[in-house]
Ligand binder design. Sequence first.
Ligand code: ST9
Ligand code: ATP
Ligand code: AKG
Ligand code: FE2
Ligand code: MG
Length: 338
Amino acid sequence: MNLPRAGARLQILLGHLGQPSAPAIVAQPVSGLASPASFHPEQFQYTLDNNVLSLEQRKFYEENGFLVIKNLVSDDDIQRFRAEFERICREEVKPPGIVIMRDVALAKQDYMLSDRIVSKIQDFQEDEELFRYCLLPEILKYVECFTGPNIMALHGMLINKPPDVGKKTSRHPLHQDLHYFPFRPSNLIVCAWTAMEHIDRNNGCLVVLPGTHKGTLKPHAYPKWEGGVNKMYHGIQDYDPNSPRVHLVMEKGDTVFFHPLLIHGSGRNRTQGFRKAISCHFGSSDCQFIDVSGTSQENIAKEVVEMAEKKYGFQGVMDFKDTWMFRSRLVKGERINI
Ligand SMILES: CCCCCCCCCCCCCCCCCC(=O)SCCNC(=O)CCNC(=O)[C@H](O)C(C)(C)COP(=O)(O)OP(=O)(O)OC[C@H]1O[C@@H](n2cnc3c(N)ncnc32)[C@H](O)[C@@H]1OP(=O)(O)O
Ligand SMILES: Nc1ncnc2c1ncn2[C@@H]1O[C@H](COP(=O)(O)OP(=O)(O)OP(=O)(O)O)[C@@H](O)[C@H]1O
Ligand SMILES: O=C(O)CCC(=O)C(=O)O
Ligand SMILES: [Fe+2]
Ligand SMILES: [Mg+2]
């Protein structure tokens, strides 16, 4: 059963390694991934052979770059993530490595840290309670359809989108997550994003541009928004404003899996509640680090390295790869390259 899958993975890697140089890899999605041993008449490029996705689901992801699975995570688990998030905000637990972020509109206010101030926590890999999300068998079962059997959790986030104070800073500009990642191939990376409550356009749901995962990585920069922009919230400058946007209305527990080249963002939160979602990026441990020097990713690499140096108090010894190397954790199979 693993043979077609392994064959497909090998081809993906060979395709990737066959590219002439790192910048070219950045600019080109990997192609020609059809497994010779594939039992399907179609050529699948963005999913691996598996017996989890229906043919219809698989075709949907191939075409659109995302797939919503209804009611995947239990209410009990979501309640536990919520409780742990509140403990972290109250500083009752301080997991090593965690990054706590406030909305830029609230950053200068001298409130005590609380779940009404924090807009996002990142890098919860050392928090066993939140990291349970990245180990849930129901999540990994789907993740494996994209990454194959050797799975790294690359980056966890719990997003607590605050009520917008009127400056539209609660928005997340349209972006591709691959901009943040120095590893390839992109087709072996997937994000799982789970709604922790009902999420629609009122509280700022995810917005996706279907099919954009078939394109290339675009240059990202800070959007020129008058009300302010959150640190590291880079956006795509030159996207087509007429390209169709789909607003993903989701119920508590619903989970969307999406490709790291899919253009997405989220709208302003017009409610008084803090809109919560938990997510993790996963990648195959067969992925390889790339050097982003000379590519459009140089701007984010510089910011991330500066931030890591500030946080850990050393200078000039870390590069972009290192910041990722020590944050990622194996969740299934074997650790190979990353
Ligand atoms: C090895 C570890 C490396 C960690 C790397 C983390 C990031 C990697 C990103 C990977 C993401 C990959 C996933 C894919 C896509 C994600 C997209 C994102 O979410 S992108 C990622 C999302 N973004 C991030 O993760 C950003 C990472 N976080 C940070 O850099 C910090 O938390 C911080 C700088 C925002 C606040 O530092 P903190 O020590 O808590 O706060 P202070 O009170 O001391 O304030 C210091 C200064 O910062 C100002 N300020 C405060 N808040 C904001 C704000 N929201 N906006 C702007 N500015 C803000 C504040 O006013 C003050 O200014 P001044 O008085 O000096 O003028
Ligand atoms: N014309 C645009 N230019 C740049 N970014 C945009 C544009 N339209 C939307 N976006 C980005 O996509 C996100 C989602 O868009 P969406 O239209 O759903 O949200 P919104 O503008 O905050 O609210 P709404 O349109 O529901 O009033 C926005 O927050 C913004 O980041
Ligand atoms: O608003 C959200 O929950 C999604 C944010 C997002 O896309 C990200 O952090 O990469
Ligand atoms: Fe994103
Ligand atoms: Mg709008």
